[in-house]
Design a protein around this ligand. Structure first.
Ligand code: HEM
Length: 493
């Protein structure tokens, strides 16, 4: 009898303690969703998503979200997870100093010691230190690299018969393209020619890709964030991750250390001769931050970490974005392909006719004229976002702008860019269709999309300028976030 009483007292005490700990979470759920939020709490959402393969998560969330009132808050243990898929919500989170950090679910990420995963004050300082390395002039100075590798890639494609005709495999094209992008990343970040466009015998590109896949698996199975559990529960995955990790750490460390030795030597010699490094060297990412090591602001290890993180983010995002754009091009042959061909032919007259053997040089000036191409890429990134979801950790209680709701410290925020960018409410009735025209100015081309129609009911026809203004007014500036926005937006654009 005494035992039952003791158990009952302990159980009640535990339940009270848990309830007390969760009080702020319940208040938020109530403030956001009222009774409906409370009724939706059997953490159905969470249970349906956890443990899925990363490739299935987006599909599942897309199916489920329409049954829930949003923004949605659900309880996960003693924390609350807030799911946001509207532009105003995104704007408030992405600009809140309380939501700067990444979550514990991203702890198992590869290359997590660089800027991408830095927290709090360390992130602020690091971002300030690295920002100058991404100035417009520096990025523009790399056009020769983009052209050289691009031309090499075209030659490679031309010389591989299995990449021609109808039976081209997506994975074969992806492999070659990702190797070319990795070569550009290594050239721009570390100033090192790698020849990856031709061959990658050491499997560097595929190791980057595999480590990212494993990192994504660890996000959806958060218990694998704990090294011991990862080793015990998924030994093969663990061993594979370790092997890839070691290969890539050695690859980057070898280059950075040898470049650093050269830099020190050059600096010592040029100080004596009163010379400075060449323009080529000055624009390379690590060459720019070696000076920070010399001033004692960064250690060599930190430079290796930043180089690793930059190679990874630039390689993965750019190669995936190009593949997604090519996928859209392949599946929307008609009008899009014709318009792209016509635009390219008008900016590079005489090319592709066999009249000029040399490849054209693509510079900033030409890119600015390729407006349909720009709209085409934007539309591909809208429909198939390269970074479909972002996660944020809440470092202290904060109030959602324009609402009573207070998001408690330690909450997890999920920002669903993928679904927001395909939502009719923000993108009109044809939101799910591929239509680059929506990104072009009204005065440039007659708009066939529903967004061009007069929705005011007025019988006075609108001028192009008015239509454009109306369109921009209707589209929230945070409804298109391929590179994120706010405090922690992409440094590379
Ligand atoms: C099409 C190409 C790219 C896309 C779609 C893209 C997208 C993004 C997005 C969505 C974020 C925010 C991630 C988050 O909040 O969790 C981000 C951050 C970042 N990107 Fe990019 N990115 C691209 C290219 C690049 C390139 C070329 C570089 C570097 C050379 C780069 C470097 C970074 C870094 C360092 C961050 C972290 C910034 C910080 O936390 O302060 N990205 N990118």
């Amino acid at each position: 009898m005494h035992l039952y009483v003791a158990l009952w007292v302990c159980g009640t005490a535990l339940a009270l303690l848990l309830g007390w700990q969760q009080r702020k979470c319940w208040r938020l759920i109530w403030q956001l969703n009222g009774w409906r939020g409370v009724a939706q709490q059997p953490i159905l959402w969470f249970l349906l998503c956890i443990n899925l393969h990363p490739n299935s998560i987006l599909e599942r969330v897309t199916q489920m979200r329409k049954y829930f009132q949003r923004p949605l808050a659900i309880l996960v243990g003693t924390r609350v997870l807030v799911y946001i898929d509207d532009p105003a919500g995104m704007e408030s989170i992405l600009n809140a100093p309380e939501c700067l950090d990444k979550t514990f679910m991203q702890e198992g990420f590869f290359a997590k010691r660089g800027l991408l995963h830095a927290r709090g004050q360390k992130w602020k300082l690091r971002r300030k230190q690295l920002n100058p390395a991404f100035s417009h002039n520096i990025v523009a100075s790399f056009f020769d690299v983009f052209n050289a590798v691009g031309n090499q890639m075209v030659e490679q494609f031309a010389s591989q018969p299995h990449l021609h005709g109808r039976a081209v495999k997506f994975t074969d094209a992806e492999d070659m393209l990702s190797r070319a992008v990795l070569e550009v990343s290594c050239l721009t970040v570390m100033g090192t020619p790698t020849n990856f466009t031709q061959t990658d015998d050491a499997h560097i590109a595929s190791s980057y890709k595999r480590l990212l896949e494993i990192s994504a698996i660890r996000v959806v199975k958060p218990w694998l964030q704990i090294d011991l559990l990862h080793r015990l529960l998924a030994p093969e995955l663990y061993a594979e991750a370790e092997k890839c990790n070691q290969l890539l750490v050695e690859f980057v460390a070898g280059i950075v250390q040898s470049k650093h030795r050269n830099w020190q030597l050059r600096t010592a010699l040029s100080e004596g001769a009163g010379e400075d490094s060449t323009a080529w060297q000055r624009r390379i990412f690590i060459e720019q931050i070696f000076q920070l090591a010399a001033n004692g602001e960064l250690t060599l290890q930190e430079i290796e970490d930043e180089a690793q993180s930059m190679v990874l983010v630039s390689f993965e995002t750019v190669s995936n974005s190009i593949m997604l754009a090519l996928l859209c091009l392949a599946t929307h042959k008609g009008d899009c392909q014709q318009r792209l061909r016509a635009e390219i032919a008008s900016v590079f007259p005489g090319q592709g006719q066999g009249s000029t053997p040399d490849a054209p040089h693509v510079g900033l000036e030409q890119l600015q004229q390729l407006r349909y191409l720009d709209a085409f890429v934007s539309e591909a990134l809208r429909l198939l976002a390269t970074v479909p979801m972002n996660l944020r950790h809440v470092s202290r209680d904060f109030q959602l702008p324009g609402r009573e709701a207070v998001v408690p410290q330690n909450s997890i925020i999920v920002l669903d860019t993928f679904n927001m960018q395909r939502e009719e409410e923000w993108w009109g009735d044809n939101a799910k269709q591929f239509d680059p025209q929506r990104f072009l100015d009204q005065d440039d081309q007659p708009d066939q999309s529903p967004e061009g129609e007069d929705i005011s009911g007025s019988s006075i026809p609108k001028t192009n300028g008015q239509q454009k203004q109306q369109k921009q007014q209707r589209r929230h500036s945070y409804s298109f976030l391929p590179f994120s926005k706010g405090l922690r937006s992409c440094i590379g654009v």
